[in-house]
Design a binder for this molecule. Structure first.
Ligand SMILES: O=C(Nc1cc(-c2cc3c([nH]2)[C@]2(CCCNC2)CNC3=O)ccn1)c1cccc(C(F)(F)F)c1
Length: 321
């Protein structure tokens, strides 16, 4: 039910830019009849764009996933574009929220556990329908409002991929058993495993304010950083992690398992006591995350843009070109 009439028939498009995603930019818009503030993502039509729309729409009915309200296909600046109208997440990105919490009060391990539980529930919905998100990061996690009890939801399906286990489905096999290569048999589940790794990085950042792997100079990724990721070489520096529970560190260690086939799946993660009993069990010790994140904020913004720049200079075809 993609609409072919002009999105401007039904929505007044705002000029407030909310950010730029994998496949396109995000603006505010207002539904003319319902007088409802929404978010509008404009993406150049392509197979990738259609995949993003299909998967986001499919996932949109789940809690903890940003709702898709409408899809339009319009000509825009003499290119066919897809317009995804979403519920407007007025609380902004998790990245910014942690920073802001620093001003009022401290950010506790207990709060981090609540946040991780919401993210893991979103990921478990996606994995249950054989979709891997593949771009889990603080910037793609948004709050419904600025209230204390705001809900956290996941967005940006620009890298999402169907990873059906059909290779293991013997009824409709897509290979001849005698000739099938090992990676074909196990490939599909690796996509889901990469989401688990990203969850480990997100949890690490929530608890201390900086990432487990970073490059030693301002480059977005360096050979040294790549080696650290591929060998799982990261630490819990005592001065920043002494007040964090061992359960939290053990859960991060499990998610940051280098071999994808040894990494726990999302169901196992959700059963972990640090997440499942976080209402009672997890200590409320104050953390330094907000202050640390603030210090690093600037550097990270540069990293974000420079990664896109790097891709551009690597000659990677981006949709804009
Ligand atoms: O970002 C806001 N609302 C929002 C935003 C999105 C959104 C979708 C996407 C993104 N944001 C990003 C922006 C760049 C960072 N990654 C995420 C790229 N990819 C997307 O697919 C969806 C729904 N509501 C926001 C923040 C503060 C205030 C307000 C407002 F005042 F408008 F309520 C809105």
């Amino acid at each position: 039910e993609t609409k072919l009439n002009a999105v401007t028939d039904d929505y007044e498009v705002g000029n407030e830019a909310l950010g730029v995603g994998v496949n396109g930019k995000v603006l505010t818009c207002f539904h003319r009849q319902r007088v409802q503030k929404c978010a509008l993502k404009i993406i150049r039509d392509s197979a990738k764009a259609r995949q993003e729309v299909i998967l986001h729409k499919k996932a949109s009915t789940y809690p903890n996933i940003v709702r898709v309200l409408d899809i339009y296909e319009n000509e825009h600046s003499d290119h066919r574009c897809l317009f995804i109208v979403m519920e407007c997440m007025e609380g902004g990105e998790l990245f910014d929220r942690i920073k802001d919490i620093g001003h009022e009060n401290s950010f506790s391990e207990h709060q981090a556990a609540g946040i991780m539980r919401s993210i893991c529930k979103a990921v478990s919905h996606l994995h249950s329908m054989n979709v891997a998100h593949r771009d889990l990061k603080l910037e793609n996690l948004l709050f419904t409002s600025n209230e204390e009890d705001a809900e956290l939801k996941l967005t940006d399906f620009g890298f999402a991929k169907e990873c059906s286990d059909s290779t293991k489905d013997l009824t409709t096999p897509c290979y001849s058993p005698y000739y099938v290569a090992p990676e074909v048999l196990s490939k599909s589940s690796y996509d889901k495993a990469c989401d688990i790794w990203s969850l480990g990085v997100i949890m690490y950042i929530l608890l201390c304010g900086y990432p487990p792997f970073c490059s030693n100079h301002s480059l977005p990724i360096s050979p040294g950083m790549e080696t650290k990721i591929c060998t799982g070489d990261y630490q819990f520096p005592e001065e920043d992690w002494y007040m964090v529970s061992d359960e939290a560190k053990n859960l991060i260690q499990a998610m940051l398992t280098v071999e994808p086939e040894k990494r726990p799946n999302i169901e196992t993660i959700l059963k972990n006591s640090w997440l499942s009993e976080f209402t009672t069990h997890v200590p409320k010790t104050p953390l330094d995350t907000p202050r640390v994140l603030m210090d690093k904020l600037q550097k990270w913004d540069n990293v974000e843009t420079s990664i896109c720049e790097t891709n551009k200079y690597n000659g990677m075809p981006s949709d804009e070109e």
